[in-house]
Design a protein around this ligand. Structure first.
Ligand code: ADP
Ligand code: MG
Length: 777
């Protein structure tokens, strides 16, 4: 032990020497000057003394005040100064991979080191850290995984949970575990960081933890809603320097200098937007129609005209555009790149900021453009609080963000753009006032803003709990409902029961709520269980290649486009990919064509001709790789491409695996003379979404359709579907895990009885008898 102590002591001294050396160097001094300007730096001593006096503290402070980059660093520095450098181990979690990577790089740079020395990061599949890494930035998921093997976080001295205001599922989950752990690890310190002033909630959850608020400063930001933008497009904005009171005075005046033609062009775009979405009133019905508002058709033109307006008429300053997701961002970027203003590098520096950007792109975001060049960043809500882009003076806010929403009654999850909360809208606006007074354009009317909810619901209350339940089980946290009742805000009992029921139906949990073999594998795959199931069976049966495409396709925006004015052409294009009553297999073929086109460098042509979204196809491509590596992690495949195709190219096999994944999303096909109708057990009659290949048929030579999701508009619609036969449903519907064999057959029997297909029921009885005998023997 003494030898070890000696080594640690020596390493601590080395760390201290290194730190002192850097702080005294010219560059180190310069860096320190920068850091001293941040509001968080002024609270350095307050924060450090609070940490030493409390086991748990909550730090709140406006975005950009320096929480993420400074506070973990203060702890590290003070430990090193106290010659405990080699003894401390600080973990700082981030909700997103991209922020863990970008922040760790920044912190290492502020310490004058390359990444992987005292500062490192670890995200799934990637990481840079070394023997001496004392401060590790990681995603929340990584820390949860570590807890799987090391319940008490041995050796860890500080855990910092960042961005807790977002109330992500993983963070809420982590807090339950940490709350449990703290009494057992009295020397472990927990620091929670939030960008909003809801510190009390967290403080009382931890029995009155210390609270520190870092005061910030923002310049005033003028806000314009859609109706204002409409006015502005008719009457030009008054030049900025003639206005002294942003919020009060109307910022537009008649200006005859704008050519009439352009004025009317802009105005008509905005008016179209108003008409299409019927923004005049905001009743529940309108709300529904607003949620269908398609930013592709309206928002893009509006954003483009606003960008042009700012570039041509406004004073210098960066523009930050909040959009819903990567696919929208890349579509808009493609559109802007052929525009004379936005494609001119001497005028505009056009960048994207989203979760899957490459690291060189990340660096560009923080770079200052040459003088006369305007920085335009198209971002997802990542730029709302996680990543602070300096020198932004204009914000364009589309008002939406992609979030998983969930209807507990219908058990239908979906990742769709939905309206943000008031707090988010304010955060977005605040981004414009960091370095100078700014302006924010909200692309929705004031009445819509007034109807936003105050806060966004925590993820645990709005998304399906299936994956979370699997995690709880695999971490051995006892009864699911008891565990969840200890959450900051517990989900409804109904939602918990639904999730457990679903997991039993698909065979991930047995009757006693214990993980089955399948469940244990599913718990290792961070994705919706249905996708996990498909991938697992696809791997086992050697038809992983098409299944990777299907699973990826289910996770992105529909790659098959149906422009309103070319609906027939688009549907015809889709149907040429289909020969066998399956939207999923149509995508598999479309993707195969895409890969061939890629080899010939003709993807644009290919996608254009076939009405395919190039963004979605790219997303499918990258998700396939991700799923593949996740499967490799579970040890089910050895990672060679051969494993994907060992089952040959049998489409019926693929169909069976799709059925295995999508069950219990099934409906019965009922034929009458001229057409067919569909029925599910829970809803009765359902309709097919119009762009399904099956919607064009008058007859389906199969008795069942399995589908991915139901959408309730006026009637209930089912989206992508695949036709399957009786035997496929019997053998692949639900689970065929050993312990629950009987339960599974009973349930399937229930389905079959319900739909009263005598032949099938008979077949099922025979099969059951045979299988019973088999089990007996
Ligand atoms: P908070 O966590 O309070 O929102 P941060 O610690 O993320 O604030 O950021 C503090 C400051 O550091 C901001 O001004 C931000 O722009 C800057 N910053 C963060 N990352 C980088 C980077 N990679 N390069 C340059 N500046 C950065
Ligand atoms: Mg931060």
């Amino acid at each position: 032990k003494t030898a070890l102590d000696k080594i640690l002591w020596q390493r601590s001294l080395q760390l201290r020497e290194r730190q002192d050396y850097w702080e005294k160097s010219v560059e180190g001094q310069r860096m320190l000057e920068c850091r001293r300007c941040l509001p968080a730096y002024k609270q350095r001593d307050v924060v450090l003394s609070a940490i030493s006096q409390n086991q748990v503290i909550v730090v709140s402070g406006e975005t950009g005040c320096g929480k993420t980059t400074q506070i973990p660093q203060f702890i590290l520095e003070s430990e090193i100064e106290a010659n405990r450098g080699a003894l401390c181990s600080i973990i700082c979690t981030q909700p997103r991979k991209i922020s863990a990577m970008s922040v760790s790089e920044r912190v290492a740079c502020e310490r004058g080191e390359p990444l992987g020395e005292s500062v490192g990061y670890k995200v799934r599949l990637e990481g840079v850290r070394g023997r001496d890494t004392r401060l590790l930035f990681c995603t929340t998921g990584i820390l949860l995984r570590r807890l799987l093997v090391d319940r008490s976080l041995r050796g860890v001295t500080h855990v910092i949970v960042d961005e807790i205001h977002e109330r992500g599922m993983n963070e809420d989950f982590l807090l339950i575990i940490l709350k449990d752990l703290l009494p057992r690890r009295p020397e472990l310190k927990l620091i929670l960081m939030s960008a909003t002033l809801d510190a009390e909630l967290f403080s009382s959850y931890f029995g009155g933890a210390g609270v520190i608020h870092i005061p910030g400063f923002t310049y005033p930001v003028g806000s314009y809603f859609l109706e204002d933008i409409l006015e502005m497009s008719r009457y030009r904005l008054t030049p900025y320097n003639q206005i002294d009171d942003y919020g009060q005075e109307r910022l537009w005046k008649m200006n005859k200098q704008i050519p009439r033609k352009r004025k009317s062009q802009i105005a008509s775009v905005v008016e179209d937007a108003l008409r299409a979405a019927d923004f005049k009133e905001f009743s529940p019905e309108t709300r529904e129609s607003l949620s269908c508002w398609n930013p592709d058709c309206i928002g893009f033109n509006l954003i483009e005209s606003l960008l042009r307006h700012i570039c041509e008429n406004e004073r210098p300053g960066g523009i930050l555009v909040f959009m819903t997701g990567w696919d929208d961002i890349s579509s808009l970027k493609d559109k802007l790149q052929i525009h004379p203003i936005f494609s001119d590098p001497n005028r505009v520096m056009l960048l994207a900021c989203h979760g899957s950007m490459a690291s060189f792109e990340q660096r560009l975001i923080f770079e200052e453009p040459a003088s006369g060049v305007r920085k335009i960043v198209l971002a997802t809500n990542i730029a709302e609080t996680s990543i602070t882009i300096n020198d932004v003076a204009f914000v364009i806010d589309c008002g939406k963000a992609k979030e998983t929403s969930y209807d507990a009654l219908n058990n239908t999850p979906c990742l769709l753009p939905s309206w943000i909360s008031k707090v988010s809208a304010q955060q977005r606006r605040g981004r414009a006032g960091r370095v100078q007074p700014g302006q924010c354009y909200h692309l929705y009317p004031k009445c819509v803003y007034d109807a936003f909810s105050e806060y966004q619901l925590p993820e645990i209350l709005r998304t399906p709990l299936q994956s979370l339940c699997l995690q709880i089980k695999s971490l051995n946290f006892g009864t699911i409902s008891e565990f969840l009742s200890r959450a900051l805000q517990s989900p409804e009992l109904l939602a918990v029961q639904k999730a457990i029921e679903y997991l039993k139906t698909i065979g991930a949990l047995d009757e006693n709520e214990q993980l089955t073999a399948l469940g244990r594998y599913l718990a290792k795959l961070p994705m919706e269980p249905k996708l996990g199931k498909m991938l697992i069976l696809g791997a086992i049966l050697g038809c992983l290649d098409p299944i990777l495409t299907v699973a990826a396709g289910l996770s992105v925006r529909d790659p098959f486009l149906t422009p309103l004015d070319k609906k027939d052409l688009a549907e015809a294009a889709k149907s040429q990919f289909s020969r066998d009553h399956s939207d999923h297999l149509a995508l598999v073929r479309a993707y195969e064509g895409y890969k061939r086109a890629e080899e010939e460098a003709g993807v644009y042509d290919y996608c254009w001709k076939n009405f395919l979204s190039i963004q979605s196809m790219r997303a499918v491509d990258s998700l396939r790789k991700e799923f593949f590596s996740l499967l490799k992690d579970t040890g089910l495949i050895d990672g060679t491409p051969a494993t994907c195709k060992s089952g040959g190219n049998d489409e019926n096999l693929t169909r069976a695996v799709i059925c295995y994944g999508l069950y219990p999303g099934i409906c019965s096909v009922v034929h009458n003379e001229r057409a067919f109708s569909l029925k599910t057990m829970e809803d009765g009659q359902v309709l097919l979404y119009s762009n399904s290949v099956n919607a064009r048929e008058t007859k389906i030579p199969y008795p069942w359709l399995v589908f991915n999701e139901k959408i309730k508009v006026n009637s209930i619609f089912v989206r992508d579907s695949t036709a399957v036969s009786d035997s496929v449903l019997i053998l692949f519907g639900g689970s065929v895990s050993k312990g629950d064999f009987d339960g599974h057959l009973k349930m399937l029997g229930g389905y079959l009885d319900f739909f009263m297909k005598p032949a099938v029921a008979e077949m099922y009885q025979t099969l059951k008898k045979e299988l019973d005998e088999l089990i007996q023997s």
